[in-house]
Ligand binder design. Structure first.
Ligand code: CTP
Length: 401
C-alpha cells in the first residue's frame, strides 16, 4: 500500500526522535520515497547524516541551504507528498501547527500540505495531559489530521504514563490502513442524511432536537475520502464539509428532507439515515408571530411526519444497502431490532444515551452494529471519525461480497 508513495517525515526535538530512524527504515523498506524535514531542535537529538543515509535524500531543516543559498520550497514539498507524518510531534510543534505559527520549515510544509497528515505525539505525561495540548490536538483533529495516540509506559523522565510515541510498526500500520481503503468506494453513490430537522411553529420558532450533525458529516467525509460520490442531505447544523466531492443539500423540515432523499435515492447504491428526524410537525402552524398578549395559552397541535427511512426502505431494490441509526434510552437492543424490520434496513447502528460520551453533540460515540439476521458487533468508545470508518468498513465489506 505504501509502495511508491511520496511521504514527508517530519521530526521534532524529542527523545523519541531516535524511533524515527526505525520509522524511516520501515517506510523505505515498504517502498516509499521519503523526504525528511526536521526542526532545528530535532537535530539536537538525531543527526541529518543518519537520516539522509537511510532516505537517500538530503534532509531539509532550514528555508535556505547554507552553502548554496538555494530555497527549499515548502509549497512544492506540500504538493509532492501523498502523506505527511510528524513523528515525534512535540507539544511545541503541535501548538504551532494548530495555530499557524510558521517559523520553521516543518510547520510551513505542514501548512502547505494538501495530503493527509498523521501526527504521532510524544511528550511527558503531564505535558500530554495539559489542557493546552489537548485543545491543540482537538484543533488538529478538526482540520482533518489523524492523531496516532501515544501509548502508556515508562517515559524519558522515568515517570510512567501516557505520552510515549507509538511504536514505528504501528505508525506504518496506521498509514497502510489509510491507503488500503483510500479508493475502495470509488464511484459508489452514497446518500447520507444528517443533523436535526426543524418543524416550524411560527416564523420565529420551531421544534427541534439536540443533533449536531457531527456523525453524519463524519460519515460523509469518510465515504468521500474512499472515493464515493456523496450526497449529504442535512438539517440545520453549524458544520462545513471539508471534502470537495460531497454534494450538500440543506433542508429544514422532515418533509423537505424526504423530498430530497426520494430524488437522490433512485440512483444511490448506499443510503445511510443518520438524521435525527422530528417525529411530528406542527399542524396549526402560524403564518405570523404568535403574540403573548391575551390570556389564552396557545395550543400546538402536532401531526405525524413521514418516516423517511421506512419510505425508501419500502422501495429498496436488490443490491441497494440501507443503513439506519437508533439512539435509544432504554430497551436498546429490542427497539433497534424492531426498527430494522419496520424500515427494511440492512443493518442498524445503535447508540445508547446511557453511554457517557456517546450520542448528540459529543465528538465521540460508542456503537453496536446489528444486522438484519440479528448478529451484533459491539465497538468501544471512539472518535466520530473512527466510528464512521467502522460503519463504512461494514458497508464496503457488503459491497465487496
Ligand atoms: N428516521 C427517518 N424518518 C423519521 C424518523 C426516523 O428516516 N421520521 C430514521 C432515522 O434517521 C434513523 C432511524 O429512522 O436512521 C431511527 O430513528 P428513530 O428516531 O430512532 O426512530 P423512530 O422510528 O422515529 O422511532 P422512535 O422515535 O419512536 O424511537
Amino acid at each position: 500500500m505504501i509502495e511508491g508513495k511520496h511521504i514527508i517525515l517530519g521530526i521534532c526535538g524529542g527523545i523519541a526522535a531516535y524511533k524515527s530512524v526505525y520509522l524511516l527504515r520501515l517506510l523505505i523498506k515498504a517502498g516509499a520515497e521519503v523526504q525528511v524535514v526536521i526542526t532545528p531542535s530535532g537535530k539536537e537529538f538525531i543527526t541529518p547524516v543518519t537520516l539522509s543515509s537511510l532516505s537517500g535524500k538530503p534532509v531539509i531543516s532550514e528555508f535556505f541551504t547554507a552553502n548554496t543559498g538555494s530555497w527549499n520550497s515548502h509549497v512544492d514539498l506540500g504538493l509532492w507528498a501523498d502523506a505527511m507524518i510528524i513523528a515525534p510531534a512535540t507539544a511545541s510543534t503541535i501548538g504551532k501547527m494548530a495555530n499557524g505559527v510558521a517559523d520553521n520549515m516543518l510547520v510551513t510544509t505542514y501548512l502547505s500540505a494538501k495530503c493527509p497528515v498523521f501526527v504521532a505525539p510524544a511528550m511527558d505525561l503531564d505535558m500530554f495531559a495539559h489542557p493546552s495540548t489537548k485543545r491543540n490536538l482537538e484543533l488538529l483533529k478538526s482540520y482533518g489530521n489523524h492523531i496516532i495516540e501515544p501509548a502508556s509506559g515508562e517515559l524519558a523522565s522515568h515517570l510512567v504514563g501516557k505520552g510515549r510515541m507509538e511504536e514505528p510498526e504501528n505508525i506504518v500500520k496506521a498509514i497502510e490502513e489509510y491507503f488500503s481503503t483510500s479508493d475502495d468506494l470509488n464511484g459508489v453513490r452514497v446518500l447520507i442524511t444528517a443533523g436535526p430537522t426543524y418543524e416550524r411553529i411560527d416564523p420565529v420558532r420551531f421544534i427541534g432536537n439536540y443533533s449536531s450533525g457531527k456523525m453524519g458529516f463524519a460519515l460523509a467525509e469518510e465515504c468521500a475520502r474512499r472515493g464515493a460520490k456523496v450526497t449529504l442531505i442535512t438539517g440545520p447544523v453549524a458544520l462545513k464539509c471539508k471534502n470537495k466531492n460531497i454534494y450538500r443539500i440543506d433542508v429544514e423540515s422532515a418533509k423537505e428532507m424526504l423530498a430530497e432523499v426520494e430524488k437522490a435515492y433512485v440512483d444511490s447504491k448506499v443510503a445511510i439515515m443518520c438524521a435525527a428526524v422530528a417525529d411530528y410537525c406542527v399542524e396549526n402552524r402560524a403564518e405570523s408571530k404568535i403574540k403573548r398578549e391575551g390570556n389564552d395559552v396557545p395550543v400546538i397541535k402536532l401531526q405525524k411526519n413521514p418516516d423517511i427511512a421506512a419510505t425508501i426502505g419500502a422501495k429498496k431494490e436488490k443490491g441497494q444497502i440501507l443503513v439506519g441509526f437508533a439512539l435509544e434510552t432504554d430497551n436498546e437492543l429490542s427497539n433497534a431490532k424492531a426498527k430494522i424490520l419496520k424500515k427494511n434496513l440492512d443493518f442498524i447502528v445503535l447508540n445508547s444515551l446511557r453511554d457517557k460520551d456517546a450520542g448528540f453533540g459529543t465528538d465521540t460515540n460508542k456503537i453496536t452494529i446489528i444486522d438484519s439476521a440479528g448478529a451484533e458487533k459491539v465497538y468501544g468508545l471512539k472518535s466520530k471519525a473512527e466510528v464512521a470508518k467502522d460503519i463504512i468498513d461494514e458497508i464496503a465489506e457488503r459491497i465487496a461480497k
